[in-house]
Design a protein around this ligand. Structure first.
Ligand code: GUN
Ligand code: ZN
Length: 441
């Protein structure tokens, strides 16, 4: 039976209901200066003012006082590579060289379950340290790595999405599966993990370059057989990638047409990058409801290009934001927002700080079709939370002296913030930071 012990958290609450158009759009968010959350059995039971909730709470309830810090829904990272924890910060050229020189060698080590287990402990510690409570990951092509990934998530009670990377060509033999084995392994792993506790399986063909048509066909079969699952892949990240894809799939009308022809597109499809999109591709994206995932630190690091948020959104395309570690250079969704803001600035698209924090919480939850469980402080949803301190270092504290509004504080957190601002991370109502099993940084 679930633990019915109640805890009352006190702090400044911020939760979104929709994408805010600006600070005046108060219908889009709730901010409570002296707020409280009543937690029970891993779920938010009530959310409101401290005065009101403390009189409703049962006598002797444990009160954790996080004042003056902000309490938000835990951050959601919609695209990350679990086997790239030792690839991050590799001095490489652009995408294809980076994959061949650093990424594929590192991912081969995940054939060893002990290695996968060790990296999983570090990987989850890094997420927690940075305030991320849900992520969508590519595991390696080895089924072992998927077990390591979900076993560790299960131990920590985290809602994590992920799957075995399907890849049967243009990679070293130690990483290549076959169309049939990738289908069989994915099917078995899906049966083992999907909706076991908080786990969600994601069908994961890496991208068109590393999949034969037979393998993409197998991925399409898996999605048809399991329409409740997500599917993730990469698209239109890099010009050489696009040219190579055209050579491999000469009959496709465009890159997205490759995935479309195998039935891979739908509202649970997550397409990493979407930088160099054609008008036809935008049309197909909108029609299918697939999500474009912005990976700013990766796009800058690999010199891939500038994600056109407003172009995609005005074409009716759903968007999400993610770290893409280890092409991405930080686990922090705050650092990710900062780099994303600059990419948008270069295109004269100015993102409001409230929009930023909506995006890494409710926005990403909506992109994953999981907003009924995560991404808000709404009663009845899972108590995955982050507690943020905008004064965590002397430079931040000094800047905070002149901050007078919530929007300014959020912008400071986004621009200067990192894991040092994360005071606590709650997973299903349980504080995690004391229990980190490895050192992180
Ligand atoms: N495209 C195919 N695989 C990858 C990957 O691991 N990282 C990035 N950034 N792009 C990819
Ligand atoms: Zn990626």
């Amino acid at each position: 039976m679930a633990d019915q012990t109640r805890t009352l958290l006190r702090g400044r609450l911020l939760s979104f209901h929709a994408c805010p158009k600006g600070a005046d759009d108060t219908a889009a968010y709730t901010y409570v200066e002296d707020g409280a959350l009543l937690l029970c059995g891993g779920v938010i039971e009530a959310c409101g003012g401290f005065g009101e909730l403390s009189t409703q709470a049962p006598e002797g309830v444990e009160i954790i006082d996080h004042r003056p810090h902000l309490i938000l829904p835990g951050f959601i990272d919609t695209h990350i590579h679990f086997p790239q924890a030792q690839v991050i910060a590799s001095w490489a050229d652009q995408l294809l060289d980076w994959l061949n020189d650093y990424t594929f060698p590192a991912e081969q080590k995940f054939a060893d379950k002990a290695h996968a287990d060790r990296i999983a402990a570090h990987f989850y510690d890094a997420l927690i340290a940075h305030g991320t409570t849900t992520a969508v990951a590519y595991c390696s092509s080895h089924p072992n790595s998927v077990d390591a990934y979900f076993e560790e998530a299960d131990r920590r009670g985290m809602m994590m999405l992920g799957g075995k990377t399907m890849m049967d060509r243009n990679a070293p033999p130690g990483l290549c599966d076959t169309a049939q084995s990738s289908y069989d392994d994915s099917k078995r792993l899906l049966a083992k993990w999907h909706e076991k506790g908080r786990a969600r399986y994601v069908i994961t063909p890496r991208f068109a370059i590393t999949s034969t048509p037979e393998q993409l066909e197998a991925a399409g079969s898996l999605l048809r057989e399991h329409p409740g699952c997500h599917l993730q892949t990469h698209i239109n990240e890099n010009h050489n990638e696009i040219a190579f894809t055209r050579e491999l799939y000469p009959d496709a009308a465009h890159y997205l047409g490759v995935y479309e022809s195998f039935g891979l597109l739908g509202p649970k499809t997550l397409l990493g990058h979407c930088i160099h999109m054609t008008g036809h591709e935008l049309h197909v994206m909108r029609e299918t409801g697939a999500v474009a995932v912005f990976c700013p630190t990766s796009n800058l690091f690999l010199g891939s290009g500038l994600f056109d948020k407003s172009g995609l959104e005005s074409a009716g395309i759903r968007t999400a934001i993610a770290t893409d570690v280890g092409g991405g250079t930080n686990y922090s969704m705050l650092r990710t927002l900062d780099e994303g803001y600059k990419i948008l600035q270069l295109q004269r698209q100015r993102m409001h700080p409230l929009t930023s924090f909506y995006w890494i919480t409710l926005g990403n939850a909506q992109a994953l079709s999981l907003a009924d469980r995560i991404g808000t402080l709404d009663p009845g949803t899972d108590a995955d939370l982050v507690v943020l301190d905008a004064t965590a270092t002397p430079a931040k504290a000094l800047r905070m002296e002149t901050v007078t509004t919530l929007s300014e504080e959020l912008f400071l957190l986004q621009t200067l913030g990192d894991d040092r601002c994360v005071v606590e991370t709650y997973v299903a109502g349980t504080p995690q930071k004391d229990g980190l099993s490895t050192l992180t940084g």
